[in-house]
Design a protein around this ligand. Sequence first.
Ligand SMILES: Nc1ncnc2c1ncn2[C@@H]1O[C@H](COP(=O)(O)OP(=O)(O)OP(=O)(O)O)[C@@H](O)[C@H]1O
Ligand SMILES: Cc1ncc(C[n+]2csc(CCOP(=O)(O)O)c2C)c(N)n1
Ligand SMILES: [Mg+2]
Ligand SMILES: [Mg+2]
Ligand SMILES: [Mg+2]
Length: 330
Amino acid sequence: MDEFSFINSIKQHTYKQPSVVKGIGDDAAVFRQPYRDIITAVDTFVEDVHFARTTMAPFHIGFRSVAANVSDLAAMGATPAFYLVSMIIPKTWPPDELDEIYKGMKKMASRHHMDLIGGDTVSGPVLSVSVTVIGYANMNRARYRSTSNEQDIVFATGYLGDSRAGFHMLTTPGSYENELYFYDRHRKPLPRVDFAVGLSNLKRVTLNDISDGIANEAAEIAEASKVDIVLYDEQIPISAPLGQFSPKQQYEWKLFGGEDFELVGTVPEYDWGHVKEIAQQTNTPLKRVGVVERSKNPGQHNVFIVDRNNHKKPLEKKGYTHLADKDKKE
Ligand SMILES: Nc1ncnc2c1ncn2[C@@H]1O[C@H](COP(=O)(O)OP(=O)(O)OP(=O)(O)O)[C@@H](O)[C@H]1O
Ligand SMILES: Cc1ncc(C[n+]2csc(CCOP(=O)(O)O)c2C)c(N)n1
Ligand SMILES: [Mg+2]
Ligand SMILES: [Mg+2]
Ligand SMILES: [Mg+2]
């Protein structure tokens, strides 16, 4: 299939979002917008970095690449509306597998009534999928990492470490329980859009999505808000079947595993009841996992973990790094 018939094959013939003026078919897309804030983000997925032929089928590559981006919209409290897809495709990729990637993207996108309004297609050495998402929030209701205050409650949605466990099962031969549950958590994450958008009546709530482990995402909040964050080891939510792994694996995966696309956030104590209500209404598992504190050293904003013996220690910033850290010894 040539580039043009490929584009034709992925083009939507109707659009769900009424604001579309021009979708696929010109030099760029156009949508019209009164009185709302527009939120946009892009994340890229590369073969053998974010997925491998052994960990994901083409359908999953599509599903997950859109899901991870929708998760960034959720972390902003935004309602998803559009996506654009830039693909680098090896000449060896069979067309029916490309089709499957788009089916996966469409499956995730249609959960949130999103329209595909553009993209780009080129050939290259490895498969790379770059998705740009666009969403809306009511004016001044986008959620930032920088709005935490001391005494806020720290919370997390869902169960952490499952995606890392799924990756382990897909790449390390062995006998495991609940394999399908963990595969799905790795390959078909479901971002917490309903919960995040449900919080839109709150004046102040801080959100960040967990693409790279709660330790790193909490550190981003601490830094942006100029506060310390204290997490309680025993409160970090894990699923029952994660219990089949060693305590060391559970600890590493729930804190540093990443790719769960859950949310971590903070909210003033007086709004905690409301947050719990929205979690219930949106079927979102929700756990209080810590507290925000004033930074001990001005200029240093850290995350601490309190263990079951009430021992508090700094939590390392450890996750997946794409570029080598020049300051770190190998
Ligand atoms: N190459 C780049 N050029 C311009 N801005 C960038 C680039 N890379 C990241 N950013 C910006 O840096 C900020 C943080 O991006 P980052 O990718 O770390 O967030 P994230 O998407 O939440 O994390 P993850 O990529 O792990 O899901 C965002 O504002 C993003 O737009
Ligand atoms: C084949 C394969 N190898 C390794 C991993 C693990 N992995 C890749 S990127 C990432 C963090 C988030 O990245 P980003 O910052 O780009 O969102 C993690 C934990 C995987 N999923 N598949
Ligand atoms: Mg990113
Ligand atoms: Mg994010
Ligand atoms: Mg992201």
